[in-house]
Design a protein around this ligand. Structure first.
Ligand SMILES: NC(=O)C1=CN([C@@H]2O[C@H](COP(=O)(O)OP(=O)(O)OC[C@H]3O[C@@H](n4cnc5c(N)ncnc54)[C@H](OP(=O)(O)O)[C@@H]3O)[C@@H](O)[C@H]2O)[C@@H](O)CC1
Ligand SMILES: [K+]
Length: 221
């Protein structure tokens, strides 16, 4: 089944508002599901998680916590001012701050080289893209494009969360996107994932169930 980004957002909204599942429970299931997939594939190794300022970034904070609990060395690069975080993402950020996970705030003037040196302390690391998901609009703003370029140039395993940052989930088009080996997408494949152009950025796609009732699918069709 393929859904548009808007339908995925509607799916989450119905789960929260009509079924009463707290959004933070969905985010927990989303992040924990990604970590289960990473561990099953034995991809665990020193990990850098690139986090944006929305709920895709929130997934990244959950992933950081679960990976750290599994004994993985984790570093978070936050591509936005932490003061702007809100809702479920902020809750998970505040939890992470109390752990001993390294969190670095990356200003909008961070260059490709700055990202590279922050990411390449280990050449065989895992880089997780929790920058942008279904809420992405328009061209990548600074410093997101530089983070994507740096991540793509690194000799690393790359995992994208929900949608590779820079890829339009609805059309499958992109000038520049995070080049994933594996994309862990939530609820359903997105419409654009079927296009040939998208496959180059997506790598293998795994659909992660976030625990919302499947009856909701009938309402977003
Ligand atoms: N809802 C739920 O229950 C669940 C949702 N889940 C997860 O949430 C994701 C959707 O989260 P979301 O709606 O917060 O959007 P998201 O993709 O994080 O982007 C918004 C942020 O990005 C920014 N921004 C936008 N465009 C940009 C650009 N071009 N360049 C740079 N920045 C840009 C924008 O900034 P602003 O425009 O507000 O200044 C804002 O800060 C979804 O994909 C899934 O991963 C799961 O946890 C399951 C439960
Ligand atoms: K992403």
């Amino acid at each position: 089944m393929l859904l548009s980004c808007q339908q995925c957002r509607q799916f989450d909204k119905i789960a929260i508002e009509d079924y009463g599942i707290p959004g933070i429970a969905l985010m927990e299931n989303a992040g924990a599901g990604c970590v289960r997939e990473i561990l099953q594939r034995k991809m665990q190794r020193p990990t850098v998680i690139l986090c944006g300022g929305g709920n895709n970034g929130g997934d990244g904070f959950v992933i950081a916590r679960h990976l750290a609990n599994s004994g993985v060395e984790v570093a978070v690069l936050l591509l936005t001012d932490s003061a702007g975080l809100s809702g479920d993402a902020k809750v998970n950020f505040e939890v992470l701050k109390k752990m001993d996970t390294s969190i670095t705030q990356c200003d909008s003037d961070w260059s490709v080289d700055a990202f590279k040196s922050a990411m390449s302390k280990r050449s065989d690391c895992l880089v997780i893209d929790a920058m942008l998901g279904t809420g992405a609009t328009g061209e990548l703003r600074a410093p997101f494009a530089n983070a994507v370029v740096a991540a793509n140039e690194l000799s690393a395993i790359r995992v994208a969360i929900d949608i590779p940052t820079g890829l339009d989930g609805d059309t499958g088009q992109s000038n520049l996107a995070f080049k994933a080996n594996v994309t862990c997408t939530f609820v359903a494949m997105k419409n654009g994932f079927g296009s040939l152009e998208a496959k180059a950025w997506l790598g293998e796609v795994v659909v992660i169930d976030i625990g919302a009732p499947h009856q909701i699918f009938e309402r977003v069709q």
